[in-house]
Design a protein around this ligand. Structure first.
Ligand code: SF4
Length: 701
């Protein structure tokens, strides 16, 4: 840290890590960001966590890509085999002219054979404008919808359930609304590590007497603040939630007036829930029937209740059903559309909400408008001045990888996404990437994915960009460049625009604000939100007038569905895709840690964060470790049906005895070598949260 005057300039922007969207002031000296302060944004009120405050110097790391690179003809076979400190074994430097010429000519050649040869992964780390341009690039440039991003790996199932039952994929209330709540449920989320500043508001809520109910197979940090902790069996969410709702039905604790006025399909839901008695569900979910009854009464009898959830809910083959249950619980208790009440999937990446809103999804155009509707596509092609494109929903992240593996997709344009680390069964994903004839990677580092690239385009970190991002609260905020990109690196939107022009698209933008202006032509969610307002304001969409800062709570006067009513969708118990057995007797779950962000490409290059948490690790219950004769700190072997890793183990009493928790930030012991690629049929999200696993002591360790 420097002292408060020790800088040449300061720039306001937004933290690049999680979906909380903390506003920051970046203090720059001698062309480098020297330190970061939290400032007064609506989501953080000056607060920052360790990542936001100390995790910024990755942008000046010597591994930054500063020139376009082209794979050498004599490079070794594609694989995870490039030393980021010595790229010249695999790549040669090129001019932008040469790299863009090669990229565009090879994209065009693949398109001429068959437009479906090419697919794209955009990024939730880029701005709204960059996400919008990326999806437009694939749709307009190749005529199909095979474009997706990491929402598929985090909250796709939550969004599917919300759109199905509430009519909108975003939160119905900001997390700050907890100040008006009497009760809050946090399920399948670990905000102390993953949304740390939001967690400070949750702790304040408990301090003033709010009732907190935490539900999670892991004893996550918020349990210390909880009135009720339900440490349920992994994968048993639906049985537990249905049992809670069964009590609400049987004891008639539901809000009849609300149900009658604002919902449909209640009778079917009510009937469905009759079988899920606490006694019948207790052996499945592992929670005592008395506690299930107590929790049902606390939530149903409160004046206002919020439900927060994370990837513990969404990353299952029944992730959509899990979210359907949470939506039903909120609806039957009348907890949507009023102060202190609502549904809030805590979004992960800093701009995963915005990237999804901007249409970086294979089934939806911007504002979640379906690609299957001819009139909707006509609306877009009229704005874009282009021909119609496919009315078929496109392929998702894992489907694109499967098609690449099968040889049906031959070329990919990947902007800031790291599937060689983030995808389930990542050995399969890496093999698929190695098979591509053309892989264009646009990123700030030589990520694991870029190891497989043919052409690498050096891009910008968030603190080098101009544009907007949207956080988990639906709050649209400006990001601004504090420093210039290093060397010849460029802002992502400029790269996409030039590539689009070179493959023959009629694009002409001289400033990123022009992209935002175009987005407003098709995105009603941005009504009343102008570039000029965003110079000085954070605006929560929807904003009802040019002076309205936006609506923290939505759907108090009906839902954006055909008849204005939300819907109950009953959910049945579906077992995880693979059950523990003799060979793989334990359960693995993956997630993040406080100090490291996703695949680690940024935070493992941030000096302070890497110093605090430098080594790949997993956690197990100390009793289980003792039983197996393993000391904390030992290296153990973890094996699933997909593969095996060796990793240091820590003791953590909060983990159930038959579970292993593995963070997925570490390439040297990549958790996703182990994970299962089975997907939820609706959200198409993989089951990262449940793999049958074998744990072994390494005898000569
Ligand atoms: Fe950044 Fe999230 Fe931490 Fe805020 S809570 S500083 S947005 S990582």
């Amino acid at each position: 840290q420097g002292d408060s005057k020790d800088y040449d300039s300061e720039t306001e922007s937004v933290c690049p890590f999680c979906g909380v969207g903390c506003k920051v002031s970046l203090k720059v000296k001698d062309g480098k960001v020297k330190y970061v302060e939290g400032i007064n944004g609506p989501a953080n009120e000056g607060r920052l966590c360790v990542k936001g405050r100390f995790g910024f110097d990755y942008i000046h790391h010597p591994h930054r890509l500063t020139k376009p690179l082209i794979r050498r003809e004599d490079a070794p076979a594609k694989g995870l085999n490039v030393d980021p400190s010595n790229l010249s074994t695999h790549f040669r430097e090129a001019t932008w002219e040469e790299a863009m010429d090669l990229a565009s000519s090879r994209l065009k050649a693949l398109r001429d054979q068959d437009p479906h040869n090419v697919a794209g992964f955009g990024s939730a780390k880029c701005t709204n404008e960059e996400a919008y341009l990326f999806q437009k690039f694939i749709r307009q440039g190749f005529g199909h919808n095979n474009v997706d991003h990491c929402t598929r790996l985090c909250h796709a199932s939550s969004v599917a359930a919300l759109i199905e039952n509430v009519g909108s994929g975003a939160v119905t209330a900001t997390f700050n609304e907890i100040e008006n709540a009497d009760v809050a449920i946090i399920i399948g989320a670990n905000p102390i590590e993953n949304h740390p500043v939001a967690a400070t508001y949750f702790k304040q809520f408990t301090k003033r007497g709010g009732k907190l109910i935490v539900m999670d197979p892991r004893g996550v940090g918020m349990r210390k603040f909880a009135d009720e902790m339900l440490q349920f069996r992994p994968g048993a969410d639906v049985s537990m939630l249905n049992a809670i709702m069964n009590v609400i039905v049987e004891e008639e604790l539901y809000d009849s007036q609300y149900i009658h006025r604002w919902t449909e399909n209640w009778e079917a839901e009510k009937e469905h829930l009759r079988a899920f008695t606490p006694e019948a569900m207790a052996p499945i979910c592992g929670i005592d029937p008395d506690q299930l009854r107590r929790v049902a009464r606390i939530f149903a009898q409160a004046k206002a209740g919020l439900i927060f959830w994370g990837m513990g809910v969404s990353q299952h083959i029944h992730g959509t059903d899990n979210s359907r249950c949470l939506i039903s619980l909120a609806l039957m208790t009348g907890n949507v559309g009023k102060p202190g009440a609502g549904l809030h999937p805590l979004r992960g990446q800093n701009n995963v909400q915005g990237a999804s809103d901007a249409g970086l999804i294979p089934m939806f155009l911007p504002d979640y408008k379906t690609v299957t509707d001819d009139n909707i596509r006509a609306q877009f092609t009229s704005v874009w001045g282009s021909e119609d494109f496919s009315n078929e929903k496109g392929l998702t992240v894992t489907e694109i990888i499967d098609q690449a593996y099968a040889g049906n997709i031959k070329g990919m344009y990947i902007q800031g996404e790291n599937p060689a680390m983030s995808d389930p069964d990542v050995g399969h994903a890496r093999d698929a990437l190695a098979k591509l004839e053309l892989m264009i990677v646009q990123d700030i580092f030589l990520t694991e994915t870029a190891n497989y690239a043919d052409i690498i385009l050096p891009a910008s970190a968030l603190y080098e960009k101009n544009g907007t991002v949207s956080n988990t609260n639906r709050q649209v905020q400006r990001v601004r460049p504090a420093v210039a990109p290093p060397g010849e690196a460029r802002e992502d939107w400029k790269i996409t625009v030039e590539l689009a022009q070179r493959i023959g698209l009629n694009w002409s933008y001289s400033d990123v604000s022009e992209v935002f202006a175009e987005m407003k032509l098709t995105m009603e969610s941005l009504d009343n939100i102008t570039w000029e307002r965003l110079e000085t304001e954070t605006i929560t969409y929807p904003s009802l007038s040019e002076t309205d800062p936006g609506q923290a709570i939505v759907f108090g006067d009906g839902f954006p569905r055909a008849d204005g009513r939300a819907k109950f969708t009953p959910a049945s118990v579906i077992q995880p895709d693979e059950a523990p057995d003799e060979e793989y007797p334990m359960i693995a779950t993956t997630g993040r840690q406080l100090e490291h962000w996703h695949t680690g490409s940024m935070t493992r290059r941030a000096t302070v964060l890497d110093a605090v948490e430098p080594e790949a690790n997993c956690s197990m219950n100390p009793r289980q470790l003792k039983l197996m004769g393993i000391e904390p700190g030992e290296t153990i072997r973890l094996t699933t049906r997909r593969g095996s890793i060796e990793i240091m183990v820590r003791a953590d009493r909060a983990i159930a005895e038959d579970m292993v928790f593995i963070p997925f930030a570490y390439v040297e012991a990549a958790a996703n070598i182990l994970t299962n690629s089975a997907i939820d049929p609706y959200g198409k999200i993989p089951e990262f949260k449940f793999s049958a696993i074998r744990v072994e002591k390494i005898e000569d360790a």
